[in-house]
Design a protein around this ligand. Structure first.
Ligand code: PEP
Length: 251
């Protein structure tokens, strides 16, 4: 039985004071949550958010990292640095990074492996653009992205990752995937994991859906058999809407 994970991606929003205030409010509303809760603040507030979340069920993720252990990479942050400040998870290969920072399938795969090597749980993102969907290429694109990640890992390593399926056309647009569209891709990804690393790995691994998840659509999405949680942007920036997602069973 896979536990659901509701993860908030705060992107490039919130000062340290705002980030701490948000996590404090989230903590107050967690009682009775049916699944796990995670927030991904910007690098600058990781230390403060980890301290504020300490002793609570809120896990803290970074939104990116470099795949090298250290070196002359100005402006970058290493896996060990994230671990050092108490981060437990890291979001990798978000479509905004693929689109605006030229991240490649190969780079995302290397980062996923490097995160595991450092003891972090990677939340590795995949998903097709609108033109790829309209051209009937959704499964080809998702297979290419997922395979790149899976082929960099052993079955034991693969069992420790989280995959987020985020159709690019649904991110920040208010256009959520229909339950049928989400379930179809999630089931496909799970089959693919099973084909590469064995069925038990496919069955154990959590696959999150991301793309305009809101309080009014979360319950239906979470009821889908292969959707194991949500990666949320906009609705994670305010405690009241994020807590409604965390309590998806009551919406
Ligand atoms: C995201 O940033 O990963 C995301 C899914 O954003 P939104 O929920 O705003 O669509």
């Amino acid at each position: 039985m896979r536990r659901k994970l509701i993860a908030g991606n705060w992107k490039m929003y919130k000062t340290t004071a705002e980030a701490v205030a948000l996590v404090e409010e989230i903590k107050k509303g967690l009682a009775g949550a049916p699944g796990d809760t995670l927030v991904a603040p910007p690098f600058t507030s990781l230390v403060a958010v980890v301290a504020a979340a300490k002793g609570s069920p809120v896990a803290v993720a970074a939104q990116n990292m470099h795949f090298e252990k250290e070196g002359a990479f100005t402006g970058e942050v290493s896996p060990a640095m994230l671990k050092d400040v108490g981060t437990t998870h890291v979001v990798l290969g978000h479509s905004e990074r693929r689109q605006h920072f030229a991240e490649t399938d190969e780079g995302v795969a290397r980062k996923t492996k490097a995160a595991l090597d450092a003891g972090l749980v990677p939340i590795s993102c995949v998903g097709e653009t609108l033109s790829e969907r309209e051209a009937g290429k959704t499964m080809d694109v998702v297979k290419r992205q997922v395979d790149a990640i899976l082929n960099a890992l052993t079955p034991e390593e693969a069992a420790r990752i989280v995959i987020a399926y985020e159709p690019v056309w649904a991110i920040g647009t208010g256009k959520v995937a229909t339950p049928e569209q989400a379930q179809e891709v999630h089931a496909f990804v799970r089959l693919r994991i099973g084909a590469v690393h064995g069925r038990p790995v496919g069955e154990a691994l959590r696959i999150l859906y991301g793309g305009s998840v809101k309080p009014d659509n979360v319950k239906g999405l979470m009821a889908l058999p292969d959707v194991d949680g949500a990666l949320v942007g906009g609705a994670s920036l305010k405690a009241d809407s994020f807590l409604k997602l965390v309590h998806y069973d009551k919406q």
